[in-house]
Design a protein around this ligand. Sequence first.
Ligand code: AMP
Length: 179
Amino acid sequence: MRIVLIGIQGSGKSTQGDLLSKKFSIPFFSSGDIFRTLAKEETDLGKYIKEVMNSGLLIPDDKTIAIITEYLSRPEYKNGYILDGFPRTIIQAEQFKNGVDFTIYLKVSDEEALHRISLRKSARQDETTSAIRKRIELFHTHTEPLLDFYRKDNKLIEIDGEQDIEAIHKQILASLGVA
Ligand code: AMP
């Protein structure tokens, strides 16, 4: 099963992704985690990624697609994956069209997401208020069009992400036809 989670930062993608990963015994994969690891490297690419991430901007599509698809071609992902953060633009979605069975959109208002993030204790360098706001803004401009893209392909499951964790998990499973 190849699942993509879509939602703004603070919408619960990693929480729900972990639950789905355990339920189906397939790995959870976060593009943000991969980029955060690469950003620690003292290479030109590492420094560049760090700078882009800390400003909340997106890594260019060509670089993102090359890096992420290389990871996903590894043996541990051959039975599927739960993706968080990729694809994030129409270009990425088009190029990754054959890598997706279902997308799950966790719908949460900007206000609720910002409230949740404000309650977290984060030591992450890319979690400044301005980077978070930029990421939410880019979600609306670049990632929201993906909803229509997957809807047209009958691959979109929309979930009210403002319910409690267990209710959301159950609704996702029911939408996937799993008890
Ligand atoms: P995230 O943890 O998913 O919010 O990702 C953190 C940062 O990593 C983003 O703000 C981007 O700079 C970068 N990033 C992660 N996934 C992607 C992607 N699919 N396309 C472009 N940039 C990405």
